[in-house]
Design a protein around this ligand. Sequence first.
Ligand code: 13P
Ligand code: SF4
Length: 330
Amino acid sequence: MMKKEWIEKGFADEPVEKGIDLVGEIKKLCRQKNAVIMAHYYTDGVVQDLADFVGDSLALAQKAAKTTADIIVMCGVHFMGETAKILCPEKKVLVPDCKASCSLAESCPTDEFSRFLADHPGHTVISYVNTTAATKAMTDVVVTSSNARQIVESFPKDEKIIFGPDRNLGSYINSITGRNMVLWNGACHVHEKFSAEKLKALKAAHPDAKVLAHPECKEEVAQLADVVGSTAALLKFAIRHEGKEFIVVTESGILHEMRKSCPDKTFIPAPPDDGACACNECRDMKLITLEKVYNTLKYEWPEITVDAAVAEKAVKPIHRMLEISEKLGL
Ligand code: 13P
Ligand code: SF4
C-alpha cells in the first residue's frame, strides 16, 4: 500500500482519523501484529510513554537482539533501526520517519572512512554505534557510550586503534584510558553546540547542582561535568545521587525520564551556544510522532532494509560488542 509520495517524505503521510484514541489504536495494532515499540531517550515524551521499552543505544540493541516480536518499531534515528535489522534480519524493522538521520553518522562518509583506514594499516577499528551499516562493515568492534571505555580497555595497552566517528567521545576515552587512538574528525551537531561559557554561568547560578554531560560534548564542556556518561548512565546517576539539582548537558529528551523517575529533583537543561532556545534538541529524534508511529504500524512502512553483503560484515562487530558487554555485565 506504499505510495510514491511517501518515499519523498520519508514517512507514511496519511491523515489520522479525527478524534481517534491514537495510543489505544497503536496498542491494538501492536497486539494484532505482534509488534514491539522501542524508543530512545531523546524522542518526544509522548513517544517514550507509549513505548514498550525506552533505553540508550546499547540497551536498544540488546533488547532488539532478544525480542520475540515479529515487528520492531524503532522510535529513534535511522542507524538505530539499521542496527536492529542487522541483528534481526528475519524481523520487520520499521522506523516511523526514515529521514530521521544522525549528524554524527553522516560525518563519516563510507568512501572517506575507507581511505582513512587504508592510510592507517595495522590498526584495529573501533566504531561508535552512531554510524551507517556500511561503516560498521569496515569495523572490528562497535561501541556505544555505555561500553566504549571497557571495550577499548579490553585491548592490550599498545594496540594500535582507530576510533570513529566522534572525535569528542574518542578524545574523552583517550583521556580516561591513557590510550592514543587515532581519531576520525566527526561530531554531533547537537552536542557540539553546548558552550563552556554558558555552562559556567549556569553553574554559578546553581552552585549546588551536579553537572551531567554526554561524552559527545566538547572537551572543555565535559571537563566542567561531575559525571560524563551515556544517557542511561546519566539517568542512573541522577536517580541514585542524593543531590536535588542537576544541570543536564545532553539532548533535552532525557529530561522527560529524569523528571518522571525523580519528581522531587530539579533538572536544568544546559542551553546551546547560539542562545536560540533554552535547551538543545536533536531535530531528527523529534521527527518521530505518535501519528507517524500509528501510520507506520498500519501500513508497515517505512521498513529498514540493509544490503545482505553489508549486513553480513556489519553483524560481526555488533555481536562482538554485545558479547563483550554481556561478559562485563553491562
Ligand atoms: P546514548 O547511547 O548515550 O543513548 O547516546 C545516543 C546518542 O545518539 C547520543 O547523541
Ligand atoms: Fe545523532 Fe547527535 Fe541526534 Fe544523537 S543527538 S542521534 S548523535 S544527531
